[in-house]
Design a protein around this ligand. Structure first.
Ligand code: ARG
Length: 589
């Protein structure tokens, strides 16, 4: 469906033309004075310069033309030359009826040219527990993927596991100290390796920090770990088998964690999957004259003349020939292009990695790993801070594990729900989980991704204010009204959304009509926070309408049925939006 602002702009442009002015001056925007009007056009101000007359002469003339147009309830010219517009209520109702008729998409059309877009998010490191830093990537990436998919693009989410660095060598080294007799360490063993991993997830999670601690104190231990990393990266069989075990154990644990967050990936590839592409890639970079040795390392220059500050060369291989984070990211681009040929790759990563990605992207473009038109986009997010404004920590000052954070919010939420009314333990726990997820995700997504924000459990879990639970509460309220209505009557077949009977109803209808334009800008600006801002306004508009209207006590059946239809549409819009944000509403709360 055409966006309502476009429909209105078209009429105003026609009127400009009819008045003898250029069409381009007829652009309409939402009013920034909702107390005075719903839409406005400021074109007469600019047009006055071209036509060398007072702006209000133009706005007067155009207003006069628009007053005859049935689309508008009023069109006013206001000095010095503004056009203030109000939409005709029947026209607005008709627009909403058309939205409603498009059951699945509510008037938000699929894009004309679907693109293949890979999205790299999550980025957990195997064998290390997920911590809150990974939370943002997961939440933001998941929402962007869902929004893109809704718009009609082919979105491919890849978790991009960190499974190739020193952490692997550390785990192998520590395992070797603890269980030196394992067959994986026998150098010339040529048989099959066992299927069962030689450790559990909790052992693994304990092994890594232990090894990492030791390597900081013991130089020899660190060298061993580096040597193990090198051997793993150069194909030592026993170590490759261990890597596969580590992956097997971690990935099933990670999947469970992500599932709890309503986050899922199409691909579970990792840095290690890039390994087979490294030798040819490096070879070609050398042959083409891009890569050269500098201070022992292999690098590619990526600085550009217009750079305000110096961008250092992109390192391709360390002096010992070992691959780096850069190497796997570049070689990952190689297989992504080969297997999926994406039009765009979006990286949802901590914004502190921005310079790094500038280097990687420039190197990929320069050396021809991607096509000139392939878009490489870095979506850097800010830090999630605690109430003290410092990066979120446990009470003891350690890194907060994601699981722990989630379960403490679940508990907090359960307390609130149980305080509000009596619930069965199990239903209460389940509801608490659903609502808690909305608190976490909305708390995050309602901020512009690039900004740091304060993770404030009290505020995020509140049922009032700009929070996830408030949005869910509003939806649950609608469900309850619908249920009460349906218990008494069923919706007559000819029921339809009617022209607004009150200011508050019209405001609600105007909010609903913005749906397709909000989806479009959330997608184009990769900005889930725009969806949050919209549903907050929409929920407020609904609650205002609800407080001023006796929906269930309305004596006129047709009017009441119209309210119910409007409520259903509002609910659908909210439900689609929260699904795009990655959470859902319970039946009751
Ligand atoms: N594993 C990395 C980390 O924990 C994030 C990976 C981001 N994605 C990428 N393609 N480099 O910091």
């Amino acid at each position: 469906m055409e966006k309502i602002l476009d429909v209105i702009s078209r009429e105003v442009k026609e009127a400009m033309k009819a008045g003898g002015y250029e069409e381009k001056y007829g652009k309409v925007t939402l009013s920034n004075r909702p107390d005075l009007c719903e839409y406005q056009c400021n074109g007469a101000m600019a047009a006055a310069k071209e036509y060398k007359c007072a702006p209000f002469m133009i706005s007067d003339k155009v207003a006069e033309i628009l007053q005859k147009n049935p689309m508008f309830e009023s069109a006013e010219s206001v000095k010095p030359g503004f056009l203030n517009l109000k939409l005709n209520s029947e026209y607005l109702a008709e627009y909403l009826r058309n939205m409603e008729a498009d059951k699945e998409r509510l008037g938000s059309d699929k894009c004309q040219n679907p693109r293949t877009i890979m999205i790299d998010y999550g980025g957990p490191n195997v064998a290390k527990p997920l911590h809150v830093g990974h939370l943002r990537s997961a939440i933001i990436g998941e929402s962007i993927k869902r929004i893109g998919r809704f718009v009609g693009h082919n979105m491919i989410g890849d978790v991009h596991l960190g499974d190739w660095g020193l952490q692997m060598g550390l785990i192998i080294t520590e395992l070797r100290e603890r269980k030196p007799d394992l067959v994986y360490f026998e150098e010339d063993y040529a048989g099959e390796y066992p299927e069962e991993p030689p450790f559990t997830i909790s052992e693994l999670e304990e092994i890594y920090p232990a090894a990492s601690g030791k390597s900081k104190e013991d130089e020899k231990y660190k060298e061993e770990a580096m040597a193990a990393t090198y051997e793993l990266q150069h194909g030592r069989r026993g170590y490759t088998a261990l890597l596969n075990h580590i992956l097997q154990v971690s990935v099933s644990d990670l999947k469970r964690n992500y599932e709890n967050l309503n986050v899922s990936f199409d691909l579970w590839k990792g840095e290690s999957d890039a390994q087979p592409y490294i030798p040819d890639m490096v070879q070609k970079m050398k042959e083409d004259g891009f890569a050269y040795i500098s201070e022992g390392a292999l690098v590619v220059d990526v600085k550009e003349e217009s750079d305000a500050k110096e961008i250092p060369p992109c390192m391709i291989l360390k002096s010992d020939g070992a691959s780096l984070y850069n190497t796997t990211d570049l070689a990952t681009i190689v297989w992504r292009m080969k297997d999926y040929n994406p039009d765009e790759i979006i990286y949802v990563v901590d914004k502190r990695q921005e310079l790094y990605f500038t280097q990687v992207f420039r190197c990929a473009k320069k050396t021809g790993l991607v096509k000139p038109e392939t878009e490489l986009k870095f979506l850097g997010f800010g830090t999630m801070n605690g109430k003290d404004g410092k990066p979120f920590k446990t009470r003891e000052g350690g890194v907060m594990r994601l699981e722990y954070l989630v379960s403490s919010i679940n508990e907090e939420m359960y307390k609130k729900i149980a305080d509000n009314h009596t619930v069965e333990e199990q239903e209460g726990q389940e509801t608490a989980k659903v609502v808690a997820l909305s608190a976490i995700k909305y708390g995050d997504l309602s901020n512009q991704a690039s900004k740091d924000y304060i993770f404030d459990i009290d505020r995020f879990t509140s049922f009032e204010g700009n929070t996830g639970p408030y949005i869910l509460y509003t939806i649950v309220r609608m469900k309850s009204i619908l249920k009460k209505y349906q218990d008494k009557t069923s919706l007559p077949e000819q029921a339809e959304i009617l022209p607004a009977h009150s200011e508050s109803e019209k405001s609600l209808m105007l909010e609903i009509s913005k749906f397709n334009s909000v989806i479009e800008s959330a997608y184009e600006e990769t900005a889930p926070h725009k969806l949050c801002a919209y549903i907050y306004d929409l929920a407020n508009a609904f609650n205002h309408f609800y407080h001023e209207t006796k929906i269930l006590a309305e004596p006129d059946e047709a009017v009441q049925a119209g309210y119910i239809k409007l409520l259903e549409l509002t609910k659908r819009v909210l439900e689609i939006c929260i699904d795009l944000l990655g959470f859902e509403a319970p039946e009751r709360m």
